[in-house]
Design a protein around this ligand. Sequence first.
Ligand SMILES: N[C@@H](CCC(=O)N[C@@H](CS)C(=O)NCC(=O)O)C(=O)O
Length: 214
Amino acid sequence: MITFHGYFRSSSAHRCRIAFNLKGLEYDFVPVHLRDGVQKSEAYRAKNPQALVPTLEVGGLTLTQSLAILEWLDETYPEPPLLPADRNLRARIRAFAQVIACDIHPLQNLRVLQYLGATFGADQAAKDAWCQRWIGDGLAACEDLMARDPAHGTYAFGEAPGLADICLVPQVFSARRFGVDLTALPRVRAVFEACMDLAAFADAAPAKQPDAED
Ligand SMILES: N[C@@H](CCC(=O)N[C@@H](CS)C(=O)NCC(=O)O)C(=O)O
């Protein structure tokens, strides 16, 4: 059985939840309350030295980093695939996923926002402006990547949801939370809506998780 340590509002955990749902996998969920700082406990750090969620445990294996977890899930449970057979398209999809996971998300992470407040005196308005800037720039790049890609379709890269959509949807949830204006990003909005019509995505939404709070 898979044990999954996450938090309802964590977009990295959200990515994994979508993959579990797409692949029809059951798992034991262990909530890690980030705002209460549970991720920094000795017990949790023993599983994840970065003190970040998610962490996945299965059969003696402990995995961290959502992109690594997603690829492990895809290799272990290949149906439906999260990445296509075409190696060039695969690389383009990984690049799209990394725009979000490596270049957008880290800048809006809880510990970064807490540091901006504690060290530079940033209030909520300043933190929102920071997030709007970096999420906005990153999602604009995602929009361009989809616009120029021949594989772009109902979903980010084709007619079935995959790794790119799994990264995009949680990032749009965060964008909305921080008040990012998505008006000029029609593809981002359309892919989000198409994904949210699918139960695998709808059921993974933060508000539907057992540890959800207002
Ligand atoms: N690159 C990591 C990022 C993990 C990460 O930053 N998780 C956030 C939640 S989305 C977290 O645990 N934040 C806790 C904190 O900032 O203290 C991944 O994709 O798993």
